[in-house]
Design a protein around this ligand. Structure first.
Ligand SMILES: Cc1cc2nc3c(=O)[nH]c(=O)nc-3n(C[C@H](O)[C@H](O)[C@H](O)COP(=O)(O)O)c2cc1C
Length: 193
């Protein structure tokens, strides 16, 4: 797939088929994060890869799903992610908080695109119970839990459309997710504002 095709194909997918993902594929996805750009090249991120059902289901309880779908966004038991990636910051290398956030954005987007390329659905989670995740996964004080990425073989469809009044995504009667995106002409300024 071309990079553009992958970028436009990627959507947040929150429902998955219960087909395990090969460990080699999951490792490739994390490896894509490893080589992302990093301010000052400090590379403060580390990752915990969860691919065993028991621990995936335990951490699943600490994620908030699709806030705009008001309770209907959380996947049923047979549509939960089959793997999770926990994004950690090694505080020793987090020299500048602003850049640390930006570094994570670049690394996480690399993983989402790599997952798309692998035929997987993914979703990035910021609304998570960080203290509970840290405790359940024995994360040391030297590191902080920042974000979670869910992964699995997609079991829902999501499409984008030009945003009009609201940024809120919605589901239609067929269960297809519709995600508004600001049109290019509204955000691109040529040569001056
Ligand atoms: C920093 C960040 C945090 C997010 N946190 C959550 C979250 O906690 N729960 C969730 O269901 N989706 C979360 N998302 C996914 C967004 O809802 C999603 O990216 C947005 O609706 C646009 O859809 P798209 O990813 O298909 O383009 C997050 C995305 C980002 C970038």
């Amino acid at each position: 797939m071309s990079v553009y095709k992958t970028i436009f194909k990627r959507r947040s997918i929150r429902r998955y088929r219960q087909k395990p993902i090969k460990l080699a594929v999951l490792k490739r996805i994390v490896d894509a994060a490893r080589v992302a750009p990093s301010a000052g090249n400090f590379q403060p991120m580390e990752y915990i890869l969860l691919h065993k059902r028991k621990i995936v289901n335990q951490i699943f309880e600490h994620l908030r799903w699709a806030v705009y779908l008001k309770g209907k966004g959380t996947p049923a038991k047979d549509q939960r992610p089959t793997a999770l990636i926990i994004i950690l910051i090694n505080k020793k290398w987090a020299k500048f908080p602003f850049y640390t956030q930006v570094d994570m954005g670049a690394a996480i987007e690399n993983m989402l695109l790599a997952a798309t390329e692998e035929g997987l659905g993914s979703c990035w989670f910021g609304s998570i119970d960080r203290p509970k995740i840290s405790k359940d996964l024995s994360v040391p004080q030297t590191h902080s839990v920042e974000y979670v990425v869910s992964l699995g073989v997609p079991d829902e469809k999501s499409v984008i459309f030009p945003m009009k009044r609201t940024q809120k995504y919605h589901k239609d009667k067929f269960g297809v997710l519709h995600v508004p995106k600001r049109p290019l002409y509204k955000i691109l300024h040529l040569n001056k504002y």
